[in-house]
Design a protein. Structure first.
Ligand SMILES: Cc1ncc(COP(=O)(O)O)c(C=O)c1O
Length: 440
């Protein structure tokens, strides 16, 4: 693949030319305020108050590479990759070309009843990608509409394969917010509390990284059939578990004939410097939930598993017991096929490792602890809520960042992994200045 072509757009420095948001952004947020449930997009400005001045969100209208433009023509550098999705950059030309070609060919398929050719090709490509050193392969999958559904399908697969309903998950874990996934998510009590009476009681949460004996004791009850874990926690604050811990979970699952599920939705596809975060520890799960960057910006997830495990679903009798109207949508599958090709052509894991090295080289000598791995890093800010202030300050400078960690004391950095050197250097200077400003 031609490197200059892939790098041709979206690698500019920020340019902020209005207040944030500017007048067009404010009028769009007014419409949002009238028509979106108030619980969704954070807006601090209230009717009748002075507007703008960072109180309302900017509205995205265009993006390319690492750049995002808002409704007022301000240009930003996105250090979040839009929640870790745009690993190869926003609107990558190869992905756009694949979507455009597919749009005139076949837009919609017919789920589990009639497969479409793009869905078939994608599942074969996913199986290749989920083949580990030594040949073990998670070569069968169920495609889903996003991450939370992928987690739910992984949990259903584990329940069928183990014959036991209990699940062990971990503190500060984030697995999504639909009911099945929310039962396993521990990230914030606020997310669970209003619905707790409707959440399945089959999940037991243990401390992330706890002593293996604690997990072993929980497995003794004979009810637990699965362990669900992020191999590196994402929203929980870029937390790497102790060395050997994932291997200990693997051994415990083998001993108790339980299914080991890795939620690689955030960490997968090169983000942490290896194709899968579990490869850092040489541990292979039975099932993996994947999503986010897989389709280059379109919604897609999958549960991928070893065929012996997937066999537990039995043969379809004509009506799949897990499916949906848009299962394996051809346009999304075409985007994913193009994305996987680009990821391999540009060696995404190497770019993630380079980003980690540059980030550590900049921040560690300044006394700032960097955690996480590859292109999924967190800067420790030391006090609760400080990340939100730093985020506001980086936004004014034209850089999009997100707080992470349960206490909001970590600034997450999960950029497109082809960030240019100039963008990266400017971003680091902006973050350092924002940290000082947040202290004033
Ligand atoms: C590790 C992990 N699992 C699951 C999810 C849920 O994915 P989605 O938001 O696509 O439902 C996320 C989203 O941030 C995630 O980071």
């Amino acid at each position: 693949m031609d490197e200059t072509w892939t790098l041709s757009a979206g690698w500019a420095l920020p340019e902020v030319i209005t207040t944030l948001p500017g007048p067009r952004g404010i009028s769009l947020v007014d419409v949002l305020a009238r028509h979106e449930c108030p619980g969704i997009t954070a807006r601090r400005a209230r009717q009748g108050e002075a507007r703008g001045l960072g109180k309302d969100p900017i509205t995205w209208v265009r993006a390319a590479g690492a750049n995002v433009w808002d409704a007022d023509g301000n240009r930003f550098v996105d250090l979040t990759a839009g929640f870790g999705v745009a690993s190869i950059g926003h609107t990558h030309p190869a992905v756009v070309a694949a979507i455009t070609a597919q749009a005139t060919t076949l837009l919609h398929g017919m789920g589990d009843v009639f497969p479409n050719d793009r869905r078939i090709a994608l599942m074969a490509a996913l199986a290749r990608r989920a083949t580990f050193a030594g040949g073990a392969a998670l070569s069968q999958c169920i495609l889903t509409g996003g991450g939370a559904e992928a987690v739910e399908v992984a949990l259903k697969t584990a329940a069928l394969a183990s014959g036991r309903p209990g699940v062990i998950a971990f503190s500060a874990s984030y697995h999504g917010l639909s009911y099945g996934a929310l039962a396993a998510t521990a990230y914030k009590e606020d997310f669970r509390a209003p619905f707790s009476a409707q959440l399945g009681q089959h999940v037991r949460h243990l401390p992330f990284g706890c002593a293996p004996e604690v997990v072993a004791a929980a497995l003794e009850d004979g009810v637990v059939g699965a362990i669900l874990v992020e191999p590196i926690q994402g929203r929980g604050g870029e937390v790497v578990p102790p060395p050997g811990w994932l291997g200990a979970l693997r051994e415990l699952c083998d001993r108790h004939r339980a299914i080991l599920i890795f939620d690689e939705i955030f960490t997968g596809f090169g983000r942490t410097g290896a194709w899968w975060a579990c490869e850092h520890e040489g541990v292979i799960p039975d099932v993996m939930a994947v999503g986010k960057s897989l389709a280059g910006g379109l919604p897609l997830g999958a549960a991928v598993a070893r065929p012996e495990v997937m066999r537990a679903w039995g043969m379809s009798k004509g009506e799949a017991i897990h499916t949906s109207t848009f299962l394996g949508n051809p346009i999304v599958a075409a985007a994913a096929l193009a994305t996987l090709e680009v990821m391999e052509a540009i060696d995404l894991p190497r770019r993630a490792r380079d980003f980690e090295a540059a980030t550590r080289a900049y921040f560690e000598p300044r006394g700032i602890t960097v955690r996480g791995r590859g292109g999924m890093l967190g800067l420790e800010l030391g006090s609760p809520g400080r990340a939100a202030r730093v985020m506001g300050s980086t936004l004014k400078r034209g850089f999009l960042t997100l707080p992470s960690g349960v206490a909001g004391d970590v600034l997450g950095l999960t950029p497109p992994l082809m960030l240019s050197d100039a963008q990266r250097r400017a971003a680091f200077d902006a973050i350092a200045a924002s940290m000082e400003e947040a202290d004033e």
